[in-house]
Design a protein around this ligand. Structure first.
Ligand code: NAD
Length: 251
């Protein structure tokens, strides 16, 4: 079955929340353009699984901190069809040192380049394709933020929290800016989700250690976040824009 919902672009789609989202988008009728940072084999495996669900796919190496990579990602999406959804999923946390006085300017710059500037530039590409101002027929942008944007505390990575706070602000502001142009812009704010991000941030035990602080007493699964993202992309969310939706087990 070919898509009836157009093309969805997913950044950081080789694993975790991004991979789960790509698969569900494919299942729900989108063709999927998957951006990956380094794991080409994993991204291609996600694409094959999307194809088994009836989607056309493209797989593109895209470091969202590199504007030329973003241009290539969207060029590949255009070759698939009309872009109707963007999931700004790519994001990083950093190994070691969660306190402000341990954070170097270089680390802060990289964090903001990936988590904030990358999301801005991808959103700009999406708006240029979706907006009625440019002859587009609308679409949805979903930014993957974090409950960290509003939950401080020891071990909560203040640079990461600040980056996600910026994502929240962009979501609300852009939603208002493009509301009349047929584009909805929302964010999901995952809580503690069982993905590799914790190990890559140097803290593989993070979910297990903190699960007791979650009212539901467990970490979330990537698929539980994907459900919320894909709903926000879909026509069922037609009157939802500027929303920041916690997917956090009540945390
Ligand atoms: P993950 O580490 O499995 O996925 C992150 C993805 O982003 C990976 O595919 C990675 O390769 C990619 N990526 C990293 N740097 C990139 C770059 N420069 N350009 C493009 N892609 C890049 O972790 P995840 O938990 O699936 O994270 C997905 C999103 O969810 C992130 O934005 C993260 O901040 C957010 N989030 C995760 C949690 C959690 O507990 N897992 C909680 C809140 C928010």
């Amino acid at each position: 079955m070919s898509s009836h919902r157009g093309v969805a672009v997913v950044t950081g789609g080789s694993r975790g929340i991004g991979a789960a989202t790509a698969l569900l988008l494919a299942q729900r009728g989108w063709d999927v353009c998957i951006g990956y940072h380094s794991a080409q084999d994993a991204a291609e495996a996600v694409a094959r699984a999307c194809e088994e669900r009836g989607a056309k796919t493209a797989v593109v190496r895209c470091d969202v901190a590199v504007p030329d990579d973003i241009a290539a990602l969207f060029a590949a999406a255009d070759a698939l069809g009309t872009v109707t959804a963007l999931v700004n999923n790519a994001g990083i946390v950093y190994k070691s040192g969660t306190r402000l006085d341990e954070i170097t300017p270089e680390r802060l710059e990289r964090m903001l380049a990936v988590n904030v500037v990358g999301a801005f530039l991808c959103a700009r590409e999406a708006v240029r394709r979706m907006s009625s101002r440019y002859g587009g027929s609308g679409g949805a942008i979903v930014n993957v933020s974090s409950t960290a944007a509003r939950l401080g505390g020891p071990g909560e990575y203040v640079d990461y929290a600040a980056s996600k706070g910026a994502v929240d602000s962009m979501t609300v502001g852009l939603a208002r800016e493009v509301a009349e142009e047929g584009i909805r812009v929302n964010a999901v704010r995952p809580g503690l989700i069982e993905t590799e991000i914790h190990a890559s941030g140097g803290d593989p035990d993070r979910v297990r250690r903190n699960a007791g602080r979650v009212p539901m007493k467990r970490g979330g699964r990537p698929e539980e976040v994907a459900n919320a993202i894909v709903w926000l992309c879909s026509p069922e969310a037609s009157y939802v824009t500027g929303a920041l939706l916690d997917v956090s087990g009540g945390r």
